[in-house]
Ligand binder design. Structure first.
Ligand code: VGL
Ligand code: ZN
Length: 179
């Protein structure tokens, strides 16, 4: 059985937000269509406290309860089965959705009989990568949906390097049309 993880499609990671990717909003129509192909859709949210060591590395973003932490308005959130909140502590980054503190993601996936995990969302080289690697590590057959991801790319080549690292770790790259 396959399951979809939609990583951090939140206002602050989209154009106009405090940690915007160039085209975070452009992948949303693709994700909306993609969600129709899955019976189980888990969406993660970066959900930080006001004070956290994470903000020593990053501009303040996705503070829990603020509009910046909302799902992007264009995301059809009624298609989401479970919301996983991560980065909720004040002493860690919480890059991967399996670190969610409101629910046990690994357990939820197993409970639904899921053995294939598809990952999409934002940002390619941080939370998407960390989530895909964690899924693989947890023993799931893992796929990255390459037309449904968006990168911060603070350094040119970061996204490319992330794709390479994921491939090397046994994650298969697929296009949404192939699913
Ligand atoms: C993310 C940087 C900081 C992400 C979260 O969602 O990829 N990136 N916090
Ligand atoms: Zn963050």
């Amino acid at each position: 059985m396959k399951g979809l993880i939609v990583v951090d499609v939140q206002q602050d990671f989209c154009p106009g937000g405090s940690l915007a990717t160039g085209d975070g909003d452009k992948i949303i129509p693709v994700i909306n269509k993609l969600m129709d192909k899955f019976g189980f859709v888990l969406a993660s949210k970066d959900w930080h406290p006001e004070k956290t060591v994470h903000f020593e590395k990053w501009p303040v973003h996705c503070v829990r309860g603020t509009t910046g932490a909302d799902f992007h308005k264009a995301l059809q959130s009624e298609k989401i089965t479970e919301v996983a909140l991560k980065g909720t502590g004040n002493s860690d980054d919480g890059y991967n959705a399996f670190e969610a503190t409101n629910l046990d993601v690994n357990h939820q996936l197993h409970r639904k009989g899921i053995d294939e995990v598809y990952v999409c969302g934002i940002a390619t080289e941080y939370c998407v990568k960390a989530t895909a690697l964690a899924a693989r590590q947890a023993g799931f057959k893992t796929f990255l949906v390459t037309d449904a991801i968006s990168a911060v790319e603070s350094k040119p080549g970061d996204a490319e390097e992330a794709l390479k690292a994921m491939k090397e770790n046994g994650i298969a790259l697929v296009k949404s049309g192939e699913i």
